[in-house]
Design a protein. Structure first.
Length: 407
C-alpha cells in the first residue's frame, strides 16, 4: 500500500537518528579516553601509571590510570561497550533498510555486474564477515609486534575492499559498505578482543591472581586502530549526500585518500594531547590530500544518457511506468525537476545532479517513483523553496500516479 512508503521512510529516519545518537556517544567516549590516556601526568610517584586533574561543568575530577590493574577489584566499575554495540546494530539495520530492501535502486549497478538482488545482498553481508577475519588474522600474526607495518597492511586491505566493492555496487553503496566494513572491524575489536581481555583481567583480580599485562597490550593495539579509523568512517557514512564523492569513477581512490586524511588529523590531535609537540605539517598534508580529492571528483559522472535508458526496469518499477497518470507525472517532473536532476544540469550553479538522482528519462522517473512521491508529492521538500513553482495540482497528480501504481 502507498501508506507503507510513508511508514518505511519514517522507519528509516528513526533508525538513522538512533544510529547518529549512538555513534556520537561511542565516538565521544573513544576520543575522550584517547586524549585522557595521552595527556596523563606520568611523573607522579605511586602505583598508578598516570593521573590527571580536570575541571568541567563546575566540578573538579581526579583521574588515575593503572597500566594493568589496581591491587583489588573496585566496588563500582563502568564498562564502555554498549555505545559501540548499539552503533553497529543500528547501522546494520539502516544498511538493510536502505541498501537491501532498496537494493535494486541503491545497491546493484547493472552496468558493473549482472547480479540478482539476493546475490548483491549476500556479497554485502559476507564481505563484512570475511573482512574482519582477514584483519583479525593479521593482528594475531607476528605483525601484531610491528604496529606500523600492520597499519600499512590494514590500509591496503581497506583500499582493496573499496576497489572490490566498486566493481559490483553503485558508487554510494561502495562508500557506505566500505564504512560499514571499517565500522565492523571497530566494533568487532571491542566485542571479540578488548572486552574479553578486560574480563580476563577483572576475573584475575576477583580471584587474587596477578593479571598478565599482555591482555592490556593487545587491547591497546586494537583501540589505537579504532582511534585512527573513526574519522574516515564518519566521512564514508555522510558521503551519500555528496555525489562529488561517490558518483565518480575514482570514488574508491577518494575513499583511500580519506583514510590517509584520518591518519594525519588524528596524528595531530594525538600528538597535542600527549604534549609531544605541535605537528602543524599534518594540516598541510591534509589540505593537499583534500585538494587531490576535489580534483578526482571532477571525473565524469556514471551512466551517460544512452546507457541509463538501456538499463531494464524491474517489475516493481515497470508498474509505475505503466500506471495511470504516468504521462502527466512525467511531464511535471520534466518541467519542474529535470533542469537540476539531469546528466548535464542547466540550472545555474548546479554542475551535478543533487545526490546523483537523475530525472530525465521515463526510466529515471519510474526508478525514483517513491522518492518523487515523498519529496514532491506528500511533502514540499522538492523543488527547494519551490523555485520552479510546482503547483498544488501538480503535487496532487504525482500522488495520484504513485497510488495508482501501488494499489
Amino acid at each position: 500500500m502507498y501508506d507503507f512508503a510513508i511508514f518505511w521512510d519514517w522507519m528509516a529516519f528513526a533508525v538513522r537518528w538512533l544510529h547518529v545518537i549512538t555513534a556520537i556517544a561511542w565516538i565521544g567516549s573513544s576520543f575522550y579516553f584517547i586524549a585522557l590516556d595521552l595527556g596523563l601526568n606520568r611523573d607522579i610517584p605511586g602505583p598508578a601509571d598516570g593521573e590527571e586533574w580536570q575541571v568541567h561543568g563546575g566540578g573538579f575530577y581526579h583521574i588515575q590510570k593503572y597500566l594493568v590493574a589496581p591491587e583489588r577489584m573496585p566496588d563500582h566499575l563502568t564498562w564502555f561497550k554498549w555505545e559501540s554495540y548499539a552503533t553497529w546494530l543500528s547501522g546494520a539495520a539502516l544498511l538493510m533498510i536502505v541498501y537491501w530492501v532498496g537494493g535494486e535502486l541503491y545497491l546493484i549497478d547493472a552496468q558493473k555486474a549482472d547480479l540478482a538482488l539476493w546475490q548483491g545482498i549476500l556479497i554485502s553481508a559476507a564481505s563484512l564477515t570475511i573482512g574482519w577475519l582477514v584483519y583479525d588474522f593479521l593482528c594475531k600474526s607476528r605483525l601484531g609486534q610491528r604496529p606500523t607495518l600492520l597499519m600499512i597492511l590494514l590500509f591496503c586491505l581497506l583500499v582493496g575492499m573499496g576497489w572490490g566493492y566498486n566493481q559490483i555496487f553503485t558508487g554510494r553503496a561502495m562508500m557506505l559498505h566500505l564504512g560499514a566494513f571499517t565500522a565492523t572491524i571497530m566494533t568487532a575489536n571491542v566485542f571479540f578482543i578488548i572486552m574479553p581481555n578486560q574480563r580476563i583481567v577483572v576475573d584475575d583480580l576477583k580471584n587474587g591472581r596477578t593479571p598478565d599485562p599482555k591482555y592490556g597490550k593487545i587491547a591497546k593495539l586494537r583501540s589505537t586502530h579504532n582511534n585512527y579509523l573513526t574519522l574516515p568512517v564518519v566521512f564514508l557514512m555522510l558521503s551519500n549526500h555528496y555525489p562529488l564523492a561517490f558518483a565518480t569513477e575514482y570514488n574508491w581512490i577518494i575513499a583511500a585518500l580519506v583514510f590517509l586524511m584520518g591518519v594525519t588529523i588524528r596524528h595531530y590531535f594525538n600528538t597535542r594531547h600527549a604534549r609531544a609537540g605541535n605537528p602543524t605539517w599534518t594540516w598541510l598534508v591534509t589540505a593537499l590530500l583534500f585538494i587531490a580529492i576535489m580534483w578526482l571528483s571532477s571525473a565524469p559522472m556514471y551512466q551517460p544518457l544512452e546507457e541509463a535508458e538501456a538499463t531494464p526496469l524491474t517489475l516493481y518499477e515497470q508498474r509505475f511506468a505503466a500506471a495511470e497518470g504516468f504521462e502527466e507525472a512525467h511531464d511535471i517532473v520534466l518541467g519542474r525537476c529535470s533542469m537540476c536532476h539531469a546528466r548535464e544540469p542547466v540550472w545555474e550553479g548546479i554542475l551535478w545532479a543533487p545526490k546523483g538522482v537523475l530525472l530525465e528519462t521515463e526510466a529515471d522517473i519510474a526508478r525514483n517513483a517513491q522518492q518523487i512521491y515523498l519529496q514532491a508529492g506528500v511533502t514540499h521538500a522538492m523543488p527547494p523553496a519551490n523555485v520552479t513553482y510546482m503547483e498544488p495540482e501538480d503535487r496532487a497528480a504525482l500522488i495520484r500516479w504513485f497510488r495508482n501504481a501501488d494499489l
